[in-house]
Write a new protein. Structure first.
Length: 139
């Protein structure tokens, strides 16, 4: 399934994460594109819907294949994810839907322990504002 990963950084270099309602783990904002919706538009929409913030997409920071994910209802999925580095513009980060329990900014050197290793890798790839995304495509 195609998805987006939204690495939202503020001016202090902190990244916005949400605590997921389905598994209680912290994770970057992410989601699935609506039919016909370009991935960058999905990134902006998901930031607004999941965290109540407005962002500007700065660049693609990578394209990744997720591990197999099994959801509590038994669904199993693998995502091909386009990751975007985004700049926080406005809005008070808040829980805006039933997918999250909490939303807040974290310094990159103090990320929650329960982040999935692939999410940490994707955040590190997005952390440098001028990094070249061309070499960041996963196998």
């Amino acid at each position: 399934m195609p998805g987006v990963f939204v690495a939202i950084f503020d001016d202090a270099g902190r990244v916005l994460l949400g605590k997921r309602a389905d598994n209680g783990r912290w994770a970057p904002i992410s989601g699935i594109s609506e039919p016909g919706e370009p991935p960058a538009v999905t990134a902006v929409r998901e930031a607004r819907e999941e965290a109540g913030v407005e962002v500007v997409v700065e660049r693609v920071s990578g394209v990744y294949a997720s591990p197999l994910i099994e959801y509590p209802n038994g669904d199993v999925a693998r995502y091909t994810t386009t990751a975007f580095r985004c700049r926080y513009v406005s809005g008070e980060p808040r829980v805006s839907d039933d997918e999250s329990l909490d939303v807040r900014f974290f310094p990159m050197d103090a990320l929650p322990d329960e982040l999935r290793p692939d999410h940490v890798r994707m955040l590190n790839d997005a952390a440098e504002p001028g990094a070249n995304s061309a070499a960041r495509f996963d196998r």
